[in-house]
Design a protein around this ligand. Structure first.
Ligand SMILES: C[S@@+](CC[C@H](N)C(=O)[O-])C[C@H]1O[C@@H](n2cnc3c(N)ncnc32)[C@H](O)[C@@H]1O
Length: 209
């Protein structure tokens, strides 16, 4: 039986709880298969940065939103709390189990869950806002992700991508916006993570629309 733990965040006095797997090692079944690396089970600094950005900058009342590669769903939870009807999506069913738990534990009532792989993603979905924290990193997946995001952007939405300093992610966002002739704004948010090898992160937030 996999043990869970709860991590608490304070967003300007608003308490958020994230349920996660206590020991990620227990999830490793085949380290040679990149699809089975349990990166969904970590709260990545980019997700804290995007959640803080949404909390501080956005009123999402009457907005429909999807979080891609949601993992534990922290930015999606904050988007839901700011009024969005959020869909948590991932290709890993265990991740979506935790998204569901995290949405409910933080009082979200209207949200959806979508099990979908970027390599075979439904092409006709429409949302006002698309969220992705730490999803642009794996070269073999980038062409699929580009297609997914292009479909969304052609439907006139805004895409928010967050990541820690990673050249491939900067280049991907820049090229995506350039190729589609979309506006591209770049913001930064500082995130401190206790009990981590590195404690201070500068998280880039790309808005493409
Ligand atoms: C580095 S983790 C980031 C998780 C979360 N967004 C965060 O920032 O904490 C990447 C996420 O993308 C998901 N993912 C990886 N490959 C995927 C694919 N082909 N289709 C859909 N989701 C995928 C993983 O399951 C994982 O949740």
């Amino acid at each position: 039986m996999i043990k869970s733990e709860q991590i608490y965040f304070d967003f300007d006095g608003q308490n958020i709880v994230v349920h996660k797997v206590k020991n990620m090692e227990e999830l490793i079944t085949d380290p040679t298969d990149p699809d089975k690396v349990p990166c969904w089970a970590e709260i990545w600094p980019a997700s804290i940065g995007l959640a803080r950005y949404i909390h501080a900058q956005r009123d999402l009342t009457h907005i429909t939103a999807i979080e891609l590669g949601a993992g534990l769903g922290l930015p999606g939870v904050l988007a839901g709390q700011k009024g969005a009807h959020i869909t948590f999506s991932d290709f890993n069913a265990q991740a979506l189990y935790y998204c569901d738990q995290n949405a409910r534990s933080n009082g979200l009532q209207k949200y959806d869950i979508l099990l979908a792989d970027w390599r075979d993603f439904p092409p006709d979905l429409k949302y006002d806002l698309v969220l992705g924290s730490d999803i642009v990193y794996e070269p073999r997946l980038l062409p699929y992700l580009e297609k997914v995001l292009t479909n969304f952007l052609n439907g006139n939405c805004e895409v928010l991508l967050s990541h820690s300093s990673r050249i491939v992610s900067f280049e991907f966002a820049e090229e995506l916006a350039h190729n589609l002739q979309k506006e591209h704004y770049l913001d930064y948010i500082d995130v401190s993570v206790e009990e981590s090898l590195f404690t201070d992160y500068r998280i880039a937030i790309h808005s493409i629309k």
